[in-house]
Structures are given as structure tokens and as C-alpha cells.
Design a binder for this molecule. Structure first.
Ligand SMILES: [Zn+2]
Length: 100
């Protein structure tokens, strides 16, 4: 029996396409497999970025959940974003918008 040794071998073994799902930090932040499944379903149903209409890759929380599980799982608080617009939002947020 030969175990997979490297991340790329693991990815190949599981036929991974989306490398983002393999970020180890995701599970640590509470984004476990339940979230991975829910976000994949959401992106299938809402496949375009709400900002620019490009294919979305990120499910964003409109109101930051800050660990509040009710906000986290409230789908009316979700929106589809592309990487670009998600980054834009993150930068804006970090630079002072919604700075408490
Ligand atoms: Zn976009």
C-alpha cells in the first residue's frame, strides 16, 4: 500500500479540482466540511458574482458573522462573489469600512 505523501498527490488521489477546498486553515477557522458542502450548493444555485456577473468562486457573508453561528448559517446573509470582488470587499473592510 502506498500512501499519498504530498499535497498534489493527495489532490490527485481525490480528483480535486478546486484547490481552495484543501487549505488546511479553512477547517481551523470553523469552515468545516459542512460549510464546504453548503457553499458548493449555494454556488451552484447562485453561480454569478453579484458585483460584476463573472463566475463566482466565493460565498461571502454580507454582514460579517464574527463567529456568530446564526449569522454564519443564515443564507439571506450570503452572497456570491468572484475572487476579485471578494478581495476588494476584504480590503475595504480592513482599511476602515465597518471599522468598529
Ligand atoms: Zn465580481
Amino acid at each position: 500500500m502506498q500512501a499519498a505523501r504530498t499535497l498534489s498527490q493527495v489532490k490527485r488521489q481525490y480528483g480535486a479540482v478546486d484547490t481552495r477546498d484543501f487549505r488546511p486553515s479553512a477547517a481551523k477557522r470553523g469552515y468545516g466540511s459542512k460549510w464546504q458542502k453548503a457553499r458548493a450548493e449555494y454556488l451552484r444555485a447562485n453561480s454569478l458574482c453579484v458585483e460584476c456577473g463573472e463566475p463566482a468562486t466565493v460565498v461571502d457573508h454580507i454582514v460579517p458573522h464574527k463567529g456568530d453561528m446564526k449569522k454564519f448559517w443564515d443564507r439571506s446573509n450570503w452572497q456570491s462573489l468572484c475572487d476579485y470582488d471578494h478581495n476588494v470587499k476584504t480590503v475595504k473592510h480592513d482599511k476602515g469600512f465597518g471599522n468598529e
